[in-house]
Design a protein around this ligand. Sequence first.
Ligand SMILES: [Zn+2]
Ligand SMILES: [Zn+2]
Length: 134
Amino acid sequence: MDCPRDNTEMTELTDGEDRLLFRCAECGGLWLDVADLNRILLHNGLATLEAMGGRANPEEDAGECPVDNVALLAVESQHKRNPLVYETCESCGGIWLESADFAEEGDSAEELTKGIVEFYREFAVKPGTKAARK
Ligand SMILES: [Zn+2]
Ligand SMILES: [Zn+2]
């Protein structure tokens, strides 16, 4: 599968629980399936992606889904300044994350999963609240 940003062939990673992540060595982006993402989120005490909210930003040119070539939709967190952004394919449910912020070259799938959890923990925080509410 090729990276939606730069068409580099992405590396397949697994954490041993049949969970697959695809990582682009060129830009550090991560691709995973929404079902896997929701499992990761629930496992870590977070809401599922749908329950998390966020604003779709159709203005953002997000590239194309590597699975079915449908245009990706950028979704932003509610933070007013520097919102976090992930991209999603409404057709196949794929999720694209710019992982450059939290991932480092050579990270294992387990380490990347931790980064993903941190990303969504931050994403879920509503403006004006210090911590995510249950
Ligand atoms: Zn890339
Ligand atoms: Zn797709």
